[in-house]
Design a protein around this ligand. Structure first.
Ligand code: G3H
Ligand code: 13P
Ligand code: ZN
Length: 308
């Protein structure tokens, strides 16, 4: 199936009340693992790249791989720009065939966020490209980088933002954070806030910073020489409740990174005579595929490709 617009994925997930996985990639191995696993489970999926992924690999390589392989897969999937921080990056993504973008001005004043998002929608809508926007501030990477304090989404602000911009999907800040160190205490998501926003806006919602940071991977990483302390993610129970409350797309990056790292560290120690990187990276990618499978099953998007 050719690449599809995120509009299609968002609207079907919202209409049928389920959640589609969105997984980040920066290289061929991760892209292949995501698409092959989603295909095996007949699950629609978003494959997405951040600006730093684009800086690392080059947008020609990232988008080129996706376009070249798209007909090989039967599942519908979208190529999405994750956390686009400028109109310039959005334009670059449009030129390279992305079928969905996120414009993230959530750290700017609401009026500025609205103005830029509205402009991005005016560029994307005629091309059938979906636009995701964010109101509120997540913890973790966004917090660290900008030195801003986490700010949960105000439903009134979200309503004003959505009505003034015409976005296809909204990412509210509901207590999650990017990266492996999400909480100093127990995992928390403001489920009633998701419910309130869903009821008020009746539109597709996206959950960022949703990795579960599985203990088995952290233990394995540390057993084989890593030093990751006090990592904590979102429990699977909270993920399920978020989906029941109206989340339709969940972004996962950290869990894939941790699965890869745990596999790689173990294999490097076990295969001490190996000189071929493929003998190390190949088995580590099996761990990544396992975690992608676990997440797709958790989201309930297995077998949903036929709805699109
Ligand atoms: O946005 C969330 C990502 O997990 C951070 O990704 O390191 O590619 O910017 P990045
Ligand atoms: P995690 O760091 O929890 O995987 O979140 C990723 C994300 O939100 C990408 O946009
Ligand atoms: Zn994010």
């Amino acid at each position: 199936m050719p690449l599809v617009s995120g509009k299609l994925l968002f609207s079907v997930a919202h209409e049928y009340g389920f959640c589609i996985g969105a997984f980040n990639f920066s290289n061929m191995e991760f892209l292949k693992a995501i698409l092959e696993t989603a295909e095996e489970l007949e699950a629609p999926v978003f494959v997405q790249t951040t600006e730093s992924a684009i800086k690392y690999a080059g947008i020609e390589f990232l988008s080129g791989m996706v376009k070249e392989v798209s007909d090989k897969f039967k599942i519908p999937f979208a190529l999405h720009l994750d956390h686009g921080k400028s109109v310039e990056t959005v334009l670059k993504a449009i030129r390279h065939g992305y079928t969905s973008v996120m414009i993230d001005y959530s750290d700017k004043p609401l009026d500025e966020n609205i103005e830029v998002t509205r402009y991005v929608v005016s560029l994307c809508a005629p091309l059938g490209i979906s636009v995701e926007g964010e109101v509120g501030i997540l913890g973790g990477v966004e917090d660290e980088v900008k030195g801003l304090k986490e700010k949960l989404t105000d439903p009134e602000e979200a309503e004003k933002y959505v009505e003034s911009t015409g976005i296809d999907a909204l990412a509210p800040a509901v207590g999650t954070a990017h990266g492996p160190f999400k909480y100093s205490e127990s995992p928390f998501i403001d489920i009633s806030l998701i419910e309130e926003i869903k009821k008020k806006l009746n539109m597709p919602l996206v959950l960022h910073g949703a990795s579960s940071v599985y203990e088995e991977y952290i233990e394995e990483i540390n057993r084989y020489g890593g030093e990751i302390r006090n990592a904590k993610g979102v429990s699977e129970d909270l993920i399920k409740k978020s989906i029941e409350s109206g989340i339709n797309k969940i972004n996962t990056d950290t869990d894939l990174r941790l699965a890869f790292l745990s596999g790689l560290r173990r294999i490097i120690m076990e295969e001490r005579k190996a000189t071929d990187p493929r003998k190390l990276i190949g088995p580590a990618m099996e761990e990544v595929k396992e975690v992608i499978k676990r997440r797709i099953l958790l989201y309930g998007s297995e077998g949903k490709a036929c709805l699109i």
